[in-house]
Write a protein that binds this ligand. Structure first.
Ligand SMILES: NC(=O)c1ccc[n+]([C@@H]2O[C@H](COP(=O)([O-])OP(=O)(O)OC[C@H]3O[C@@H](n4cnc5c(N)ncnc54)[C@H](OP(=O)(O)O)[C@@H]3O)[C@@H](O)[C@H]2O)c1
Length: 318
C-alpha cells in the first residue's frame, strides 16, 4: 500500500503554519511539523491529529534536514530577526538546501508579507522608510526561494495585515491596551482603510498550491480579503463581543516621542506612511487573488471564526 504524500510545515505552532498543517492533515496528507516546543498546546493538538513533530528552531539545519526527508512539499514561514537583517534569508536557505538534498521535494511555498519587493518604490520616496529592514529581510528570503534550482516549483504568498492583530497576543504589538483596558489607541486615524487577511486562510492557499503545483508555479501572489479602517474594525469587535471599546486617535508626532515603549516610534512612522502611501491591493491584485478560487475570509466571517480569542482578548466570558 502506498502512503499519502508528506509535507513539511514550519512555524506549525503559529497561526499561518498551524492552519497549513491542519488543512493538509484534514485532506489526508502526512505532515512533518517543525516546532520549537513539543509541549506547547498547539504542537500537542497537531500531534493528536497525526502530525509527526520535529523539534528545533530555524537555525537548526540538522533538524530541518531530518524533517525534510521524504516530503513532497515544504511550507516556509520565516520569522523576522531584528538583530540579523539576513536572518529570514538564512532560514529560507536552510529549508532550500534540505529540500535539494532530500531529492523528493517538488514544491516550496514561502509566506512573506504584502508588497514585498514593491517596497523598493517606498524607499525611493523615503530612504528612511520605517519598515525598510522588515521588507529587506522578506525580500532576501524571497530571492533565496526564487533561486531554489533543483526544486521543480516555488510559490510566494504575501499576506496583508492579519485580522489576528486584533486578538491577544498579537494585539499587544500595535494595540497594547486592547487586552488590558479595552482601549484601542493608534497613531493611525479612524478613516484610512487598509487591507486585511485571515492568517487561517493560509491553509487553504498552501493546500491549493501543493495540489496544483503547475498552476501556482513561479507565482507571487498578494493576499488580501477586505479593506477596513480602524473604526470599522472596532465596531465589528464590539458587535461580536457585546462590549464597548474606547478608541483613541493619537497624534503620530506625540506617539513618536514616547520612549517608554520601544514600539512607539515604529508604530508612529508606519501610521504616517500608511496614511500617505496607502496599504491596499490594486484592483488587478484583488482580481488575481480572487481568480484562484481559494477562500478569502471576510471580516464578518473572521469575527465568528475567532470569537473565542476575541472574547479572551476583551475579557468577556463565553
Ligand atoms: N502580523 C501581520 O499582520 C503579518 C502580516 C503579513 C506577514 N506577517 C508575517 O507572518 C509571520 C508570522 O506568522 P504567523 O502569523 O503565523 O505568526 P505566529 O502565529 O506568531 O507564528 C509564528 C511561528 O513561527 C515560529 N517561530 C518563530 N521564530 C522561530 C524560530 N526562530 N525558529 C523556529 N520557529 C520559530 C513560532 O514558534 P513558537 O510557537 O514556538 O513561538 C510559531 O510557530 C512573520 O514572519 C510576519 O512578519 C505578519
Amino acid at each position: 500500500m502506498t502512503s499519502s504524500p508528506a509535507y513539511l510545515v514550519s512555524g506549525a505552532t503559529g497561526e499561518q503554519g498551524g492552519s497549513v498543517a491542519r488543512e493538509l492533515l484534514k485532506a489526508g496528507y502526512r505532515v512533518h511539523a517543525l516546532v520549537r516546543d513539543a509541549s506547547k498546546a498547539q504542537a500537542k493538538e497537531l500531534e493528536s491529529l497525526g502530525a509527526v513533530l520535529f523539534v528545533g528552531n530555524f537555525s537548526n539545519a540538522d533538524v530541518i534536514s531530518k524533517a525534510t526527508v521524504g516530503v513532497k512539499g515544504v511550507f516556509i514561514n520565516p520569522f523576522p530577526d531584528f538583530t540579523n537583517p539576513e536572518g529570514e534569508a538564512e532560514t529560507a536557505q536552510r529549508f532550500v538546501d534540505a529540500a535539494r538534498a532530500a531529492g523528493t521535494v517538488e514544491h516550496i511555498i514561502l509566506s512573506t508579507a504584502l508588497h514585498t519587493g514593491s517596497h523598493q518604490h517606498y524607499l525611493s520616496i523615503d530612504p528612511n522608510y520605517p519598515l525598510k529592514q522588515y521588507y529587506h529581510s522578506k525580500a532576501a528570503a524571497e530571492a533565496v526561494v526564487r533561486n531554489s534550482n533543483g526544486v521543480k516549483y516555488w510559490t510566494i504568498l504575501r499576506p496583508a495585515w492579519l485580522y489576528q492583530q486584533y486578538t491577544f497576543p498579537y494585539s499587544a504589538l500595535h494595540f497594547p491596551q486592547l487586552h488590558t483596558d479595552r482601549i484601542l489607541s493608534s497613531p493611525l486615524d479612524h478613516v484610512t482603510p487598509f487591507i486585511h487577511f485571515n492568517a487561517k486562510d493560509m491553509g487553504y492557499w498552501a493546500r491549493a498550491a501543493f495540489e496544483n503545483p503547475a498552476k501556482f508555479a513561479s507565482k507571487e501572489i498578494e493576499l488580501g480579503a477586505e479593506s477596513l479602517n480602524l473604526e470599522q474594525a472596532v465596531r465589528g469587535l464590539e458587535k461580536v463581543s457585546g462590549v464597548k471599546i474606547t478608541t483613541q486617535w493619537l497624534d503620530p508626532a506625540e506617539v513618536a516621542k514616547d520612549t517608554s515603549d520601544p514600539m512607539s516610534g515604529p508604530r508612529a512612522t508606519f501610521a504616517v506612511w500608511q496614511k500617505e502611501q496607502g496599504f491596499d491591493l490594486t484592483p488587478e491584485e484583488y482580481d488575481t487573488a480572487k481568480s484562484y478560487g481559494v477562500p478569502l475570509t471576510s471580516f464578518e466571517q473572521w469575527l465568528e471564526q475567532d470569537k473565542a480569542q476575541i472574547f479572551k482578548t476583551l475579557k468577556v466570558s463565553l
